[in-house]
Design a protein around this ligand. Structure first.
Ligand SMILES: NC(=O)c1ccc[n+]([C@@H]2O[C@H](COP(=O)([O-])OP(=O)(O)OC[C@H]3O[C@@H](n4cnc5c(N)ncnc54)[C@H](OP(=O)(O)O)[C@@H]3O)[C@@H](O)[C@H]2O)c1
Length: 299
């Protein structure tokens, strides 16, 4: 049990949206002893939570009225406005914590809308899948008014480790997009490697522990390169882009010879070649950022 858990005030919470994620959020709140009111468009999804002690609300208005803190997690922002617009007058004095995925701009618009109804607003991003909800290992990113976040941190800790980012409500969604991009690149690279060694009968379960050790080393490279990116200087004193362009040829050759698709490493090679063409051949890999950032006129 962590400190936040022990200090939680067992504030009453409403959860709107009981899909896979919303149901997990409500269950985590119930597990931590929060009186939890739930509402979902399809009412049947409230039943398993009611069996665990949740109070199903008959309407969204009743759901919002039931608790000072309202956690929303539906498909998208449009769906959320469909639910909340007709009951907007019940939001005054409430805190709306929106964990629905969306763009930074949608989060900023939702914050303006919530404030115009007299509600405080936090936007959040859930960095796990439903089975991870409730684990203190899992990050929940938040942006919006810092005082509102701090006031509700103990309750939000029931869902996962709450990480506050910014008073700009769009920043949690921006990090979410950035981190999902990192996840997809990492998983695609792992699957490419798995296909490559699999062509020589190595099972994924044998390759993956080695891949995980390598990712620990890669995490160290990111730590080294982050200050280089911030400084705009990329000393190639560990491994240069020129050297890595030569090395990626071995990956392309090994994969092509074994019938493994090379679209992903071809893209990576071409990006490194652009960096070399821009004068960064002797830079560290961090120099690639110079070709990823588009000049303002191109945006
Ligand atoms: N699942 C994950 O691993 C995960 C991880 C991070 C973030 N998220 C985000 O969490 C949100 C919910 O995801 P999920 O996995 O729970 O999806 P889901 O299981 O498909 O649930 C979707 C929810 O949205 C509701 N909904 C959809 N359209 C609606 C509308 N027009 N009006 C009212 N309610 C509507 C659904 O109600 P009905 O039951 O009536 O259809 C349901 O409660 C998404 O924004 C997703 O990106 C999910």
């Amino acid at each position: 049990m962590n400190a936040d858990h022990q200090n939680a005030d067992h504030q009453a919470v409403t959860v709107i949206g009981l899909g896979s994620m919303g149901s997990a959020l409500a269950a985590a709140l119930l597990d931590r002893g929060h009186p939890t009111t739930v509402w979902n468009r399809s009412a049947d999804k409230a039943r398993p939570l009611a069996d665990r002690g949740a109070r199903p609300a008959a309407t969204p208005g009743e759901a919002v009225a039931a608790s000072p803190l309202v956690v929303a997690c539906v498909l998208d922002y449009e769906a959320l406005r469909t639910v909340l617009d007709p009951v907007a007058d019940t939001l005054a004095g409430k805190v709306l914590v929106n964990l629905t995925s969306g763009s930074p701009e949608q989060a900023q618009e939702m914050a303006v809308w919530a404030r115009s109804q007299g509600a405080d607003y936090l936007d959040g991003a859930i960095m796990t899948t439903p089975p991870g909800v409730g684990s203190p290992e899992m990050m929940f990113l938040y942006s919006g008014a810092h005082g509102v976040f701090e006031a509700h941190r103990p309750t939000l800790a029931a869902l996962g480790d709450p990480l506050y980012l910014s008073d700009d409500p769009g920043i949690a969604s921006l990090y979410d997009a950035a981190l999902l991009g990192l996840m997809w690149s990492t998983m695609a690279g792992w699957l490419h490697g798995t296909a490559l060694v699999g062509a020589e009968k190595t099972p994924a379960t044998a390759f993956t522990p080695v891949a995980l050790r390598w990712l620990t080393a890669v995490a160290g490279f990111l730590t080294t390169y982050a200050p280089q990116v911030d400084a705009g200087r990329y000393p190639g004193d560990d491994a240069t882009i020129d050297v890595q362009i030569a090395a990626i040829e071995h990956l392309l050759h090994a994969a092509a010879s074994r019938g493994v698709d090379n679209a992903l490493p071809e893209l990576l090679k071409s990006t490194m070649e652009q960096a070399r063409a821009a004068g960064h051949g002797s830079s560290s890999f961090a120099g690639v950022i110079e070709v990823l950032r588009k000049p303002a006129a191109d945006q």
